[in-house]
Every structure is written in C-alpha cells, then in structure tokens.
Design a protein around this ligand. Sequence first.
Ligand code: URA
Length: 183
Amino acid sequence: MDLRELEKTCGECRGCALWQTRTNLVFGTGSRTAKLMFVGEAPGEQEDKTGIPFVGAAGQLLDRYLEAVGIEREEVYIANILKCRPPRNRDPLPEEGDACIGFLRGQVKLIRPKMIVCLGRISAMRLIHPDYRITKEHGQFVTRGAFLMTAVYHPSALLRDPSRREEAYRDFKEIKRRLDEFA
Ligand code: URA
C-alpha cells in the first residue's frame, strides 16, 4: 500500500464518530521521503476547512520556527494523531486516538523518517510515553527503534504563552542540528 491508498482507506474509516462532523479529512502533507516528521494532535477549524494540517494560526507560527532554523516546510512531513477534527476543538478522546493511531503508524512505515517530533503534550503522551511532561521533557531526545524522537511545545501553547518561545526556538535549533547529522 502506498500513501495515497492509505489516505483513501483513512477517508473511508468509520472507526469513531468524527467522520460524521468533519468537513475534510486531514491526512497529512509534505515530502514522502522526509527525514523529519512532525505529529500534532488533531485538525482545527482551518485544517478541517482545507484538508491540510497546521495551516491556521498555530501552523503559521510553526512555519516561522521552521524558517528561523532553516528547515523547508516542503522537505518535512506533517500529520496529526487524529485525522478528523473533534467538534469545537475539544480534546481527542482516548478511543478516538486508539481508532486512528494505525493510520499514523502506516504513514511512519511508508515515509520512514529519521526523526519524529511531537507537537505538544497530547502527541508526546501517545508517541513517547503516557505520562509525558512537556514542561520538563520538551527538547529531550530519545531513540525508539529506528527513530530519534523528541517533543516541543505545541504552537498553540506558544501563542497563548509567548514566554516559552525562546525555549521552543532552542529546541528547533537542536532539531535542525541533529537533522543535519543524517545528511
Ligand atoms: N493543531 C494541531 O494539533 N494540528 C493541526 O493540524 C492544527 C492545529
């Protein structure tokens, strides 16, 4: 199965109720050969409208971090744990994550990135460890099988609390430095 087929299967998924209220599936975008993959939580309003992850205000802040450290958005792959928007952006339910996580696993298997960066606590709790503490652990790297993994503050959190932006900038610089080691 290639990414396009996986996306089609994902679009037909009825594993939870979110397909009923979404406008568009937000499967993922970017390079199919990306060394770096970002994983957020779930699509928001703009993402639901466009079908593209991280295009709203949080996505624009993510773009600024990428640009600041010299990473092209086109060279990475960006996806979320959930592919459908939860109504009114409520937190994803654990069973929605359980129903959807297989699609992310499929994306990782097909893209085979070197590094996976969780955007925010919800993603890190799902992908790194269940009691992940973002304030304490952000920017720390762990090796999981073939992947180097880390988490950064969610850009929405940085919009709410700009005092954390400097730390986030340091994390992104380290991500870029480690990425260059794979070149
Ligand atoms: N927040 C996320 O976690 N994902 C998106 O795609 C947009 C906002």
